[in-house]
Design a protein around this ligand. Structure first.
Ligand SMILES: Cc1ncc(COP(=O)(O)O)c(C=O)c1O
Length: 372
């Protein structure tokens, strides 16, 4: 299968460990094993664990605790994966056939357009609108999601804007998918990373063809263990398990164990995430304001990132490149997220890191501003 480059991930994979400040990240600064031990992870038991294969679709214990998060779900509704990126990948492999139509919001995380195109699907997009707090443009949505649409992909809370769909918008999206017979894949990896608002509602239960993907990387703050999951109808999950057999077989044993603690102690993980983001949001707000209108944003409601618009015709890839080469600081140019004229900036780090990263980005933005 020929696949087009995933521009943002490739850029991050190339540079994230070589720059002084990686402000292209998107989760909160990660938990350590010591912090997880304080939550109940038995490190001694890990030392004695034979490093064999684990249950390939996730241990029964882990799937039981995940199923409990989704009303009406059983262990047969859950497939545990290596990160939510693998969850997304497996869903596409299990569903998409050449000629299928897939509807995707823009901007977005951008794993899906390249992936489903490589499987022969045609991508149709609908915009999220900044003036409405990044809710969908409904005319475009209804054009993109129409009879014959196979799958709709969205993330909620949303990467890259940090917005959350209103309950009415969620209902309207689910109703439209039900009406036209489309599958809805809701990538909910930021659920639990709300900054001030209550927990984001899940799409789970809003239709017979709803698939929910999630994982430990963002709201839980544990990307390094690479655990994600798919929740969906059992017949569909069985197909996902078959796909998994061909790819990575299953998640690793230590990660499965760590995930069990993380799920049990999720409210502690989410509280830590919220505290980090509540601390950092005002720093980002003051920084945006310090540009006197050259930068604009809609404050993120969730997620450890923000999308800022800059008032200059300089292409975002060029601007991001000057920030990397002159300031050794990595950010994501909007062009890699489907929205030119914007930059995505991480707000999930320690205060000193955030402030210095923003300062460095600001040096190049000032240069850009004075050239306008
Ligand atoms: C919306 C969304 N989905 C999936 C992923 C993949 O995350 P992981 O594979 O670490 O769970 C990301 C990572 O940034 C993301 O933002």
């Amino acid at each position: 299968m020929r696949i087009e480059p995933f521009a943002m991930e490739r850029m991050q994979s190339t540079w994230e460990n070589l720059v002084d400040y990686d402000m292209s990240e998107s989760g909160v600064r990660p938990l350590t094993l010591r912090e997880l031990a304080a939550m109940g992870l038995d490190i001694e038991a890990l030392l004695d664990t034979p490093l064999g294969y684990s249950q390939s679709n996730g241990t029964l214990e882990l799937r039981e605790s995940l199923a409990a998060l989704y009303p009406g779900a059983t262990v047969d509704h859950i497939e545990v994966t290596n990160g939510s990126s693998e969850a997304n990948y497996i869903v596409a492999l299990a569903l998409i056939e050449p000629g299928d139509r897939v509807a995707i919001e823009t901007p977005n995380y951008m794993q899906y357009p390249g992936l489903v195109r490589s499987l022969g699907a045609q991508v149709e997009t609908f915009r999220l609108i900044p003036e409405t707090g990044w809710q969908p443009d409904w005319q475009e949505f209804e054009r993109a999601v129409s009879p014959g649409t196979k799958l709709v992909y969205l993330s909620n809370p949303h990467n890259p804007t940090g917005s959350v769909l209103s309950p009415e918008a969620m209902r309207r999206i689910a109703d439209r998918c039900n009406e036209v017979g489309a599958w809805l894949l809701a990538d909910e990896v930021y659920q639990g990373a709300e900054i001030h608002s209550p927990r984001t509602q899940s799409f789970w239960g809003m239709g017979g063809r709803v698939i929910v993907n999630n994982g430990l990387s963002k709201a839980y703050g544990i990307p390094g263990v690479r655990i994600g999951w798919i929740a969906g109808p059992p017949s569909f999950i069985a197909q996902c398990w078959s796909q998994h057999d061909y790819i990575t077989i299953g998640p690793n044993k230590l990660s499965d164990r760590i995930a069990r603690i993380a799920i049990e102690e999720r409210e502690r993980c989410f509280a830590r995430t919220r505290a980090i983001l509540q601390h950092n949001l005002p720093i980002a707000r003051d920084w945006v304001a310090s540009f006197d209108g050259f930068l604009e944003w809609t404050e993120p409601a969730a997620a450890a990132l923000t999308l800022v618009r800059y008032r200059s015709p300089v292409p975002s890839i060029e601007l991001a490149e000057s920030i990397r080469t002159r300031q050794s600081t990595l950010i994501v140019p909007g062009a890699q997220l489907g929205l030119e004229g914007y930059l995505r900036i991480w707000i999930g780090g320690r205060e000193e890191y955030l402030c210095e990263g923003l300062r460095r980005i600001g040096v190049e933005l000032d240069r850009c501003r004075s050239a306008v």
